[in-house]
Design a protein around this ligand. Sequence first.
Ligand SMILES: O=C[C@H](O)[C@H](O)[C@H](O)COP(=O)(O)O
Length: 226
Amino acid sequence: MSEQDDAKKLAGEASVEHIEDGMTIGLGSGSTVYWMIRKIGECVQDGLEVKGIPSSRQTKEWANKFGVPLTDFAHVQKLDIAIDGADEVDPQWNLIKGGGGALVREKIIAAAARKFVVIVDESKLVTRLGAFKLPVEILPFGWETTAGRIAELGGETVLRLVGDDVFVSDNGNYIVDCRFGGIDDPETLHQQLKQLTGVVETGLFTEMVDEVIAGYKDQAKPVSKD
Ligand SMILES: O=C[C@H](O)[C@H](O)[C@H](O)COP(=O)(O)O
């Protein structure tokens, strides 16, 4: 495994210390979350009783593989905790998410959780958001005009592809990856984007995070907030 993978594993596994018997857990998405799900599976084998709501098809597959029991929002509307990765974390704990295309369900899950814990390797900690292109999920109908109005806000937009095909999210939508340069005011940009008809959700997560755990090559530790 690379040093970055070691760091993801350490952060993912450390987050499981926040999980207690009887909890309902929002399960995020991505390669760091993989290690968290694997560890929860081990704890379940040892008798931990929890239920998770997955934020993506991939996460659901991993939960099934590792024996993590699942539930859904028809049965539980509030989650005790949500644990998820991120593509960038700034010193105020604002996030860019959605590199894997799961941002809408991830945000619904984070918003439903009493506590939202973010797990990243140290490479995701940045002084200012925006080097990573901001994923914005948009409706397929009229995506060209929606992308054009996003561009009018100052963002260079690229429709996400998988090979030669358009990437389609678990919700049946498209994603445009937007370069805004450094993002000084994430909340304002998020609000401006959300106001555009055709925009479903943005990958900017502001004022949502309760704790950040960063993984390094040989340890994981909490990140303090500025
Ligand atoms: O849509 C994907 C999610 O927002 C992921 O949590 C994010 O991309 C981080 O993924 P990873 O842990 O694989 O870097």
